[in-house]
Structure formats: structure tokens, C-alpha cells
Design a protein around this ligand. Sequence first.
Ligand code: UDP
Length: 328
Amino acid sequence: MILVVGGAGYIGSHLVKELIKTKEVVVLDNLSTGHRWAIDKKAIFVQGDLGSEKDLVKVFEKYSIEAVMHFAAFSLVGESMQAPQKYYDNNVGATLTLLRVMRKYNVNKFIFSSTAATYGIPSVDMITEETATNPINPYGRSKLMIEHILADFALSYGLKYVTLRYFNAAGAYETAEIGEDHDPETHLIPIVLEHLLGQREQISVFGTDYETQDGTCIRDYIHVTDLAKAHIVAMQGLLSGQLKAATYNLGNGKGYSVKEVIETCERVTGRRAKVELAERRLGDPARLVALSEKIERELGWKAEIGLEAIIESAWRWHQRKSDTLASQ
Ligand code: UDP
């Protein structure tokens, strides 16, 4: 049995859909940002808090857990600048509670969702796992703190772990059953698609004076199903004993500017966007693009889905969501 903490959230729910094909899964989620409907019906669901020792003990008492995957974090750069306490309490404090309970029940395999935000403003165009980590916001710092904690726990307590540094997760499940659904939505692709569906007046481009080709920020967009598959190979590596302590980047290796993303959304949907040029958003580095060769070399994983197909899948999901809302 694999415990997926935060399995009702955007990335967690897509992981559960993949994982359930080969493993029994128990999801622990407090549904603060996730959705009950997003959890695959074949998974066991326990509503509870990552930071509650009592809730965790209930799960570890009842189920025989082989490994834990941890998705239950707050993940918005801007919000972390406004509310650092919330980020450190949950992303660091509550994760420590989970690690403590894991030790109590002798569960020593852990897959941790980390982020490109740990790199801060990188000194290189293509970020490898060796690129210096120097986060510039509380979100990135909270994730890096746990990375350090995991390394210490590996040395002292024999924890086996894989840290996955995600770049920009996007796209939706192939059947459009589940997809990105944040409230409020802050991410670029869903915002553009909601606008193109007529659900938003216009879209804002945050910053047009960055040192990039067209002045807008460049990101590396990776399909959420590619991310999910990386977790499966990481889990197999831990369960087989091949991996003990590893950190991998998960990206596509291609950077797209905000303007290019908007243009691709227009092409995919055949609709025109109304774009407003706005001020920079606090905490945004100009460019974050990954080299993910390490995980390809060691575990044979490679991102397969490019930007256009990412947006096509997201578009199917947003249309479906909009139809469902309209029929309610
Ligand atoms: N962005 C934008 N307008 C929006 C939302 C996002 O210009 O309405 C930009 C944002 O400043 C960043 C990029 O799009 O440069 C990706 O932002 P997102 O919030 O999707 O992901 P992040 O990189 O913060 O994880």
C-alpha cells in the first residue's frame, strides 16, 4: 500500500490515476485545496491533516504502508511572500510531523515534491541538479528546508528518499476527467484558457521588461501525466533498492515565454486573447528551464508531452468543466 498525502490536489490526483494501475493506494487529504471528486474511485480516501499526528497515526495503524508520496503543500510564490507563516507551518512544520510518524512506524521510503523555485535566480540557462540552490521566496525556501532535512534523516535514520524538483506543471488527464482546478486560479495556462472560454474579461502579462527575447518570463512547462510517471519510476527505484537518496529535475528542457504560451493557446483554441501588459509579479525569476538528463540516465524517464499537446489536454478539460458548470 502506498500512502499519497495530498492525493486530492492537482498533481496528486493525476499521480493516483497512474499509481492505482499497479498498486493499492490510500490518499490522505484535508480537502483544503483539493477535491474529493478528483480522487480515483479505486483509491481509499481518508480525510485528515498532514500536520495532525492523530490523523496520521490512524492511517499508519490501519494500513501497511510501503512508501509515502507527499504532495500536500502550498505552492504559490506570490502568496508565500504575503503569508510566510502559512508556508513554513505547513510545508515545513507539518512535513516534519509526517516524517516523525513515518519513523514511528518504520516506514522509510519517501518521495518528495520539490520545485524549481529552490534554484532562485539561476546563473545558468539550463538548470541541472548541481546548479546552486538559492531560493528568492518563502515557498522555495520552505521546500529547500525539507530537502536538507531529508538528507539529514537519510544519514541519521536510514531514510530512503527521492526529491523531485518540478518545473511548471500543466495540462490535464487524457480523458479530461480531472485537470487543474484552483480557486482562485493564478497559473498562466488555465487563466488564458478561462479567458478564451469567456470566463475572464482579459489576461495580464506580468512584466515585459525581463532580460529575455520578448521581455516576458520564460518557463519550462511539463505535463502533469509526465510528472506522475516520474513518481512511479522513482517509487520503483526506492522499492527495488536501486535508489537511496536522489534528487531529480522534472522538466521538458524547453523554455517558453509568457507571450509564446498565450500565442500557443490562441493557436490551439482558434480564439484571440485580449492581453493587458502589467507590472512584474513579486518573486518571479526571468527564466527557469530544466535539464532533466539525470533522471533519464538513471531511471529512463523522459518528458514526452510538449507544450502544444499540454495545452490541447488542458483545453479539453476546461471546456468540459465549463459545460458541466453550465448544466448545473
Ligand atoms: N503569468 C502572467 N499572467 C498571469 C499568470 C502568470 O504573466 O495571469 C506569468 C508569471 O508571472 C510567470 C509565468 O506566467 O512568469 C508562469 O506563472 P505561473 O503562475 O503559471 O507559474 P509559476 O512559474 O509561478 O510556478
